[in-house]
Design a protein around this ligand. Structure first.
Ligand code: PAF
Length: 276
């Protein structure tokens, strides 16, 4: 696996893949089995797999965890190589945002609620960096995890609206045995919080069962929020039933709708979601 840290190096490395199909796996590092599932799926879709590691400052709010976001470059590179990644692009902040950089991509509508409301500016940062990474590498396909479900919907909208010729492929959330969705931020949880954190997926599954059994979403969602607070979460940002493409709230649970939740435990904010 080649590791590239400068834009010129990236262009010559990509030139070596001419005539082959390329899959892109954008990440912020601190890799886990969820990222490896993206690489594995990428290998099924293209001849070459390019991964990126870039902790994108523009998608972190002023009071968020940019400074303490876990960094494990050597470990990440070894995992990617073992998973069959061909090229790792690790730009610096000035490679992505050189002096004078003034463009911001805002995907309205699908970005507005939920994570967009809780983390103002977050999706502008995601959309801007993802557009930039796609335009730098021009992959045939790019892979994103369903764990960040709203992000996936934002990226699909972005790519469709800007006619970016990359197919967006989603990959199912990888979970611990007890159901907790893998996330780089799980590293922040204390052992007790780690135990309590399983309540998020449990609440989603319980709510899913009740909805499929015909209970009214209003009552089910209220019960889900209470269950999270009872389990030790200090705040529930949202626990909602939404349309899977637009992320607008819906009042009928049917195929294509999604349960989404975000809640804070200790100092850590966790998100998860479930298909109905
Ligand atoms: O999901 C992530 O890791 C990031 O939001 C992404 C897509 C790599 C953009 O920085």
């Amino acid at each position: 696996m080649q590791i590239i840290r400068d834009p010129d190096g990236l262009n010559s490395a990509l030139a070596e893949f001419e005539g082959e199909t390329v899959a892109l796996v954008p990440t912020m590092g601190a890799l886990h089995a969820g990222h490896m599932a993206l690489v594995e799926e990428a290998r099924r879709h293209a001849d070459r797999v390019v991964a990126t590691i870039f902790v994108n400052p523009k998608q972190f709010g002023p009071n968020e965890d940019l400074a303490r976001y876990p960094k494990r470059e050597a470990e990440d590179a070894a995992m990617l190589e073992a998973a069959g990644c061909d090229l790792l692009w690790m730009p610096g902040v000035e490679d992505i945002y050189p002096p004078g950089f003034a463009t911001k991509i805002s995907v309205s509508g699908v970005s507005d609620r939920w994570e967009g409301e809780a983390r103002p500016g977050h999706f502008d940062g995601v959309a801007t960096v993802v557009a930039k990474l796609l335009l730098e590498t021009f992959p045939d396909v790019a892979l994103f995890g369903e764990k960040d479900f709203q992000q996936l919907a934002v990226i699909r909208r972005l790519v469709a609206d800007l006619n970016i010729p990359t197919e967006i492929v989603s990959v199912a959330t990888v979970r611990e045995e007890d159901g907790l969705a893998l996330s780089s931020r799980n590293a922040y949880l204390s052992p007790t919080e780690r135990q309590q954190a399983t309540a998020l997926y449990r609440a989603l599954c319980d709510a899913g069962d009740l909805l499929r059994g015909g209970r009214s979403p209003e009552a089910v969602l209220a019960e889900g929020k209470s269950a999270l607070l009872d389990a030790g979460f200090s705040r529930v940002d949202y626990f909602a039933l939404v349309d899977g493409a637009t992320l607008e709230p819906v009042t009928v649970a049917e195929s294509g709708t999604r349960l989404i939740g975000a809640a804070v435990i200790g100092g850590t904010r966790l998100i998860d979601n479930l298909a109905i």
